[in-house]
Design a protein around this ligand. Structure first.
Ligand code: AKG
Length: 280
Protein backbone atom coordinates (compact mmCIF):
# COMPACT_ATOMS: atom_id res chain seq x y z
CA UNK A 1 0.00 0.00 0.00
CA UNK A 2 2.92 2.37 0.67
CA UNK A 3 3.89 2.29 -3.04
CA UNK A 4 0.28 3.10 -4.00
CA UNK A 5 0.32 6.01 -1.53
CA UNK A 6 3.51 7.33 -3.08
CA UNK A 7 2.02 6.96 -6.57
CA UNK A 8 -1.02 9.02 -5.45
CA UNK A 9 1.08 11.88 -4.10
CA UNK A 10 3.44 11.78 -7.09
CA UNK A 11 0.83 11.65 -9.88
CA UNK A 12 -2.28 13.04 -8.17
CA UNK A 13 -4.26 9.80 -8.64
CA UNK A 14 -3.94 6.05 -8.26
CA UNK A 15 -5.98 2.92 -9.07
CA UNK A 16 -6.33 0.24 -6.38
CA UNK A 17 -7.41 -2.84 -8.30
CA UNK A 18 -9.94 -5.22 -6.79
CA UNK A 19 -9.54 -3.96 -3.22
CA UNK A 20 -13.14 -3.81 -1.91
CA UNK A 21 -14.49 -7.24 -0.85
CA UNK A 22 -17.19 -8.70 -3.12
CA UNK A 23 -19.71 -8.77 -0.24
CA UNK A 24 -19.59 -4.97 -0.06
CA UNK A 25 -19.96 -4.57 -3.82
CA UNK A 26 -23.04 -6.81 -3.68
CA UNK A 27 -24.59 -4.83 -0.80
CA UNK A 28 -23.97 -1.51 -2.54
CA UNK A 29 -25.34 -2.81 -5.83
CA UNK A 30 -28.53 -4.11 -4.20
CA UNK A 31 -29.16 -0.60 -2.82
CA UNK A 32 -28.48 1.13 -6.13
CA UNK A 33 -30.68 -1.34 -8.03
CA UNK A 34 -33.51 -0.56 -5.59
CA UNK A 35 -33.03 3.18 -6.15
CA UNK A 36 -33.08 2.68 -9.92
CA UNK A 37 -36.43 0.90 -9.53
CA UNK A 38 -37.72 3.83 -7.45
CA UNK A 39 -36.62 6.26 -10.16
CA UNK A 40 -39.25 4.82 -12.51
CA UNK A 41 -41.89 6.82 -10.62
CA UNK A 42 -39.88 10.07 -10.82
CA UNK A 43 -40.40 12.46 -13.73
CA UNK A 44 -37.90 15.25 -13.08
CA UNK A 45 -34.47 15.55 -11.48
CA UNK A 46 -34.75 16.16 -7.74
CA UNK A 47 -32.63 15.89 -4.56
CA UNK A 48 -32.14 12.16 -5.10
CA UNK A 49 -31.89 11.69 -8.88
CA UNK A 50 -30.25 13.49 -11.79
CA UNK A 51 -32.28 12.21 -14.73
CA UNK A 52 -31.18 12.13 -18.35
CA UNK A 53 -33.40 13.52 -21.13
CA UNK A 54 -34.70 10.08 -22.14
CA UNK A 55 -35.73 8.94 -18.66
CA UNK A 56 -39.14 7.26 -18.42
CA UNK A 57 -40.81 4.68 -16.21
CA UNK A 58 -40.14 1.83 -18.65
CA UNK A 59 -36.48 2.62 -19.23
CA UNK A 60 -34.86 4.57 -16.36
CA UNK A 61 -32.07 6.90 -17.45
CA UNK A 62 -30.55 7.98 -14.13
CA UNK A 63 -27.24 9.75 -14.63
CA UNK A 64 -26.56 10.29 -10.96
CA UNK A 65 -27.86 9.16 -7.57
CA UNK A 66 -27.25 12.23 -5.42
CA UNK A 67 -26.21 12.43 -1.76
CA UNK A 68 -25.81 8.66 -1.67
CA UNK A 69 -25.26 8.43 2.10
CA UNK A 70 -28.75 9.88 2.62
CA UNK A 71 -30.42 7.34 0.38
CA UNK A 72 -29.66 4.21 2.42
CA UNK A 73 -27.81 3.57 5.73
CA UNK A 74 -25.73 0.93 3.94
CA UNK A 75 -23.95 3.67 1.97
CA UNK A 76 -23.05 5.55 5.15
CA UNK A 77 -21.88 2.36 6.83
CA UNK A 78 -19.65 1.79 3.80
CA UNK A 79 -18.38 5.39 3.72
CA UNK A 80 -17.65 5.60 7.43
CA UNK A 81 -16.85 2.10 8.71
CA UNK A 82 -15.44 0.05 5.85
CA UNK A 83 -11.99 -0.26 4.31
CA UNK A 84 -12.87 2.78 2.20
CA UNK A 85 -12.45 5.02 5.25
CA UNK A 86 -9.06 3.41 5.91
CA UNK A 87 -8.00 4.18 2.33
CA UNK A 88 -9.10 7.79 2.86
CA UNK A 89 -7.08 7.88 6.10
CA UNK A 90 -4.00 6.66 4.22
CA UNK A 91 -4.36 9.50 1.72
CA UNK A 92 -5.62 12.45 3.81
CA UNK A 93 -5.42 11.24 7.42
CA UNK A 94 -5.00 10.38 10.15
CA UNK A 95 -7.94 12.72 10.89
CA UNK A 96 -10.55 12.31 8.14
CA UNK A 97 -13.67 14.35 7.43
CA UNK A 98 -16.48 13.14 5.16
CA UNK A 99 -17.49 15.57 2.42
CA UNK A 100 -20.02 14.10 -0.03
CA UNK A 101 -21.06 11.12 -2.13
CA UNK A 102 -22.88 10.24 -5.33
CA UNK A 103 -23.18 7.43 -7.83
CA UNK A 104 -22.63 8.14 -11.52
CA UNK A 105 -24.03 5.89 -14.24
CA UNK A 106 -23.05 5.69 -17.87
CA UNK A 107 -25.60 3.90 -19.95
CA UNK A 108 -24.85 2.10 -23.21
CA UNK A 109 -26.01 4.16 -26.18
CA UNK A 110 -26.59 7.39 -24.23
CA UNK A 111 -23.19 8.91 -24.97
CA UNK A 112 -22.46 10.44 -21.56
CA UNK A 113 -18.96 11.82 -21.33
CA UNK A 114 -17.47 13.92 -18.55
CA UNK A 115 -15.24 16.66 -19.91
CA UNK A 116 -11.89 17.73 -18.48
CA UNK A 117 -12.30 19.30 -15.06
CA UNK A 118 -10.85 19.67 -11.59
CA UNK A 119 -13.10 19.03 -8.61
CA UNK A 120 -12.00 21.67 -6.11
CA UNK A 121 -13.13 24.76 -8.11
CA UNK A 122 -16.73 23.60 -7.50
CA UNK A 123 -16.22 23.12 -3.76
CA UNK A 124 -13.22 25.16 -2.58
CA UNK A 125 -11.62 24.45 0.80
CA UNK A 126 -8.84 26.01 2.84
CA UNK A 127 -6.46 23.31 1.54
CA UNK A 128 -6.21 20.71 -1.19
CA UNK A 129 -6.21 17.49 0.79
CA UNK A 130 -9.58 16.46 -0.64
CA UNK A 131 -9.69 13.14 -2.44
CA UNK A 132 -12.49 11.47 -4.41
CA UNK A 133 -12.60 7.70 -4.02
CA UNK A 134 -14.51 6.14 -6.92
CA UNK A 135 -15.66 2.57 -6.33
CA UNK A 136 -16.24 0.49 -9.45
CA UNK A 137 -19.40 -1.56 -8.89
CA UNK A 138 -18.85 -3.38 -12.19
CA UNK A 139 -15.74 -4.12 -14.23
CA UNK A 140 -14.55 -0.95 -15.97
CA UNK A 141 -12.64 -1.66 -19.16
CA UNK A 142 -11.06 0.71 -21.70
CA UNK A 143 -14.35 0.99 -23.61
CA UNK A 144 -16.65 1.23 -20.61
CA UNK A 145 -16.23 4.93 -19.78
CA UNK A 146 -13.28 4.77 -17.38
CA UNK A 147 -12.06 7.77 -15.44
CA UNK A 148 -9.05 9.36 -17.18
CA UNK A 149 -6.50 11.48 -15.27
CA UNK A 150 -3.54 13.65 -16.22
CA UNK A 151 -0.40 12.81 -14.22
CA UNK A 152 1.03 15.60 -12.05
CA UNK A 153 -1.73 18.04 -13.02
CA UNK A 154 -2.48 18.37 -9.28
CA UNK A 155 0.81 20.29 -9.04
CA UNK A 156 -0.26 22.71 -11.80
CA UNK A 157 -2.67 25.64 -11.67
CA UNK A 158 -6.38 25.54 -10.92
CA UNK A 159 -8.46 26.70 -13.87
CA UNK A 160 -11.71 28.63 -14.17
CA UNK A 161 -14.60 26.33 -15.05
CA UNK A 162 -16.61 28.95 -16.93
CA UNK A 163 -17.72 29.56 -20.51
CA UNK A 164 -16.94 32.60 -22.69
CA UNK A 165 -19.66 34.54 -20.85
CA UNK A 166 -18.22 33.78 -17.44
CA UNK A 167 -21.03 31.32 -16.65
CA UNK A 168 -20.21 28.11 -14.73
CA UNK A 169 -19.58 25.31 -17.26
CA UNK A 170 -18.12 22.63 -14.97
CA UNK A 171 -15.30 22.14 -17.46
CA UNK A 172 -11.89 23.65 -18.23
CA UNK A 173 -12.01 25.90 -21.29
CA UNK A 174 -10.44 24.30 -24.39
CA UNK A 175 -8.02 27.24 -24.69
CA UNK A 176 -6.67 26.45 -21.21
CA UNK A 177 -6.48 22.73 -22.05
CA UNK A 178 -4.07 23.53 -24.91
CA UNK A 179 -1.34 24.09 -22.32
CA UNK A 180 -2.02 20.71 -20.68
CA UNK A 181 -0.23 17.54 -21.79
CA UNK A 182 -3.33 15.53 -22.75
CA UNK A 183 -1.22 12.80 -24.37
CA UNK A 184 0.01 11.77 -20.94
CA UNK A 185 -3.56 11.03 -19.75
CA UNK A 186 -4.06 7.60 -18.15
CA UNK A 187 -7.23 5.49 -18.25
CA UNK A 188 -8.10 4.16 -14.81
CA UNK A 189 -9.43 0.70 -15.53
CA UNK A 190 -10.08 -2.16 -13.14
CA UNK A 191 -12.44 -4.97 -12.20
CA UNK A 192 -15.48 -4.54 -9.95
CA UNK A 193 -14.25 -3.73 -6.44
CA UNK A 194 -11.47 -1.44 -7.66
CA UNK A 195 -11.08 2.04 -6.18
CA UNK A 196 -9.80 5.05 -8.10
CA UNK A 197 -8.40 7.83 -5.90
CA UNK A 198 -8.25 11.28 -7.52
CA UNK A 199 -6.92 14.38 -5.81
CA UNK A 200 -9.21 17.43 -5.95
CA UNK A 201 -6.71 19.41 -8.09
CA UNK A 202 -6.11 16.65 -10.65
CA UNK A 203 -7.45 17.26 -14.17
CA UNK A 204 -9.69 14.35 -15.10
CA UNK A 205 -12.49 13.33 -17.44
CA UNK A 206 -14.24 10.17 -18.51
CA UNK A 207 -15.01 8.70 -21.90
CA UNK A 208 -18.24 7.41 -23.44
CA UNK A 209 -19.38 3.94 -22.42
CA UNK A 210 -19.12 1.99 -25.68
CA UNK A 211 -19.92 -1.38 -24.09
CA UNK A 212 -23.32 -3.07 -23.85
CA UNK A 213 -23.43 -2.89 -20.04
CA UNK A 214 -24.10 0.00 -17.66
CA UNK A 215 -21.12 1.55 -15.82
CA UNK A 216 -21.97 2.45 -12.21
CA UNK A 217 -19.30 4.23 -10.13
CA UNK A 218 -19.98 5.24 -6.52
CA UNK A 219 -17.94 8.31 -5.56
CA UNK A 220 -17.08 9.34 -1.99
CA UNK A 221 -15.18 12.53 -1.14
CA UNK A 222 -13.07 13.01 2.00
CA UNK A 223 -10.73 15.70 3.32
CA UNK A 224 -8.25 16.02 6.12
CA UNK A 225 -10.07 17.24 9.23
CA UNK A 226 -8.24 20.57 9.01
CA UNK A 227 -9.75 21.53 5.62
CA UNK A 228 -12.77 23.83 5.80
CA UNK A 229 -15.11 24.87 2.99
CA UNK A 230 -15.16 28.62 2.35
CA UNK A 231 -18.20 28.71 0.06
CA UNK A 232 -21.59 26.94 0.22
CA UNK A 233 -21.19 23.37 -1.00
CA UNK A 234 -22.97 22.20 -4.19
CA UNK A 235 -23.80 18.68 -2.97
CA UNK A 236 -24.15 18.68 0.84
CA UNK A 237 -25.41 15.59 2.66
CA UNK A 238 -26.63 15.09 6.23
CA UNK A 239 -23.23 13.55 7.01
CA UNK A 240 -21.05 16.29 5.48
CA UNK A 241 -18.45 17.43 8.01
CA UNK A 242 -18.56 14.25 10.12
CA UNK A 243 -15.18 12.96 11.29
CA UNK A 244 -14.90 9.30 10.26
CA UNK A 245 -11.35 8.63 11.50
CA UNK A 246 -9.33 10.39 14.22
CA UNK A 247 -10.34 13.72 15.77
CA UNK A 248 -11.76 17.08 14.69
CA UNK A 249 -9.18 19.77 13.90
CA UNK A 250 -8.46 22.56 16.39
CA UNK A 251 -6.37 24.47 13.87
CA UNK A 252 -7.32 25.02 10.21
CA UNK A 253 -4.68 24.37 7.55
CA UNK A 254 -4.58 27.18 4.99
CA UNK A 255 -2.86 26.42 1.68
CA UNK A 256 -1.69 29.69 0.06
CA UNK A 257 -2.19 28.52 -3.55
CA UNK A 258 -5.04 30.50 -5.18
CA UNK A 259 -8.43 29.05 -6.09
CA UNK A 260 -11.11 30.47 -8.40
CA UNK A 261 -14.37 31.46 -6.69
CA UNK A 262 -17.35 29.30 -7.76
CA UNK A 263 -20.97 30.47 -7.99
CA UNK A 264 -22.84 30.67 -4.70
CA UNK A 265 -24.59 27.29 -4.94
CA UNK A 266 -26.98 28.16 -2.10
CA UNK A 267 -28.42 30.91 -4.33
CA UNK A 268 -27.94 29.36 -7.75
CA UNK A 269 -28.64 25.69 -7.00
CA UNK A 270 -26.65 22.75 -8.37
CA UNK A 271 -27.89 19.69 -10.24
CA UNK A 272 -24.87 17.69 -11.42
CA UNK A 273 -21.77 17.81 -13.57
CA UNK A 274 -23.77 16.30 -16.43
CA UNK A 275 -26.18 19.25 -16.58
CA UNK A 276 -23.41 21.82 -15.88
CA UNK A 277 -21.47 20.39 -18.85
CA UNK A 278 -24.66 20.58 -20.94
CA UNK A 279 -25.34 16.90 -21.42
CA UNK A 280 -29.11 17.74 -21.36
O1 AKG B 1 -18.54 9.43 -13.53
C1 AKG B 1 -17.54 9.79 -14.13
O2 AKG B 1 -17.07 9.14 -15.06
C2 AKG B 1 -16.79 11.05 -13.80
C3 AKG B 1 -17.03 11.52 -12.43
C4 AKG B 1 -16.44 12.84 -12.14
O3 AKG B 1 -15.34 13.14 -12.55
C5 AKG B 1 -17.20 13.76 -11.33
O4 AKG B 1 -18.38 13.51 -11.05
O5 AKG B 1 -16.60 14.81 -10.94
Amino acid sequence: MQSKREEYFEKGFVTLENIIPAEWITRLSICSDRLLEESRAVKESNDAFDLGPKHNHRSPHVRRLKALVDRDPVYWEFASESLLGDIAADLVGPDVKFHSSKLNYKWPGHGEIVKWHQDIPAWPHTNYSLVTLGVYLEDVTEIKGPLISIPKSHDGPLFFHTDNNGKWSGTIHENDMEAVDQNSAEKMIGPAGSVVAINCRTIHSSAENLSQRVRPVALFVYSSADAFAWMPQPTPTSKTGQIIRGSPARIAHLDPRPCPVPPNWEKEGYNSIFSAQKMD
